[in-house]
Design a protein around this ligand. Structure first.
Ligand code: DQA
Length: 144
């Protein structure tokens, strides 16, 4: 079993750092990647972090995570969280554990963010800690 953890990021997360900083903070996705890589090294894991604004890429990468025997997937699907039956089905279709991650806490925000198709299929959800959500999810993945 490979000790790689996939970290998959959906739409608009490429703009972290400048995107609504009052909600998402000032850290960029590169900052988050660096933080995860440092911790992964200590845990004896590797990180494969990707971002796409296209739903199908995220579906393909979930399939790939299983195909390569990844240890787990941290998935921040962005707005697809609240709309994507395809991502829900992809998570159900693989045995690789998927941890849902959010910087903000969607439950304290608009009603349309309260439903999560990702969360209904994921092993666990971590939300509301800003970039630390990713780190906490990595800790969880390391213990799977
Ligand atoms: C998000 C929350 C989603 O509701 C939103 O669409 C995002 C970011 C978060 O990390 O807080 O794009 O996933």
């Amino acid at each position: 079993m490979s000790e790689t953890v996939y970290v998959l990021n959906g739409p608009n997360l490429n703009l972290l750092g400048t995107r609504e900083p009052e909600i998402y903070g000032s850290a960029t996705l590169d900052d988050i990647a660096g933080m995860l890589e440092d911790r992964a090294r200590e845990l004896g894991l590797e990180i494969d972090l990707r971002q796409s604004n296209h739903e199908g890429h995220l579906v393909d990468w979930l399939h790939e995570a299983q195909a390569v025997g990844a240890k787990g997937v941290l998935l921040n699907a962005g707005a697809f969280t609240h709309t994507s039956v395809a991502l829900h089905d992809a998570i159900k279709a693989i045995r690789t554990p998927v941890i849902e991650v959010h910087l903000s806490n969607p439950h304290t925000r608009e009603a349309f963010r309260h439903k999560s198709y990702v969360g209904m299929a994921a092993k666990a959800t971590i939300a509301g800690f800003g970039p630390l959500s990713y780190l906490l999810a990595l800790e969880g993945a390391s213990r799977l």
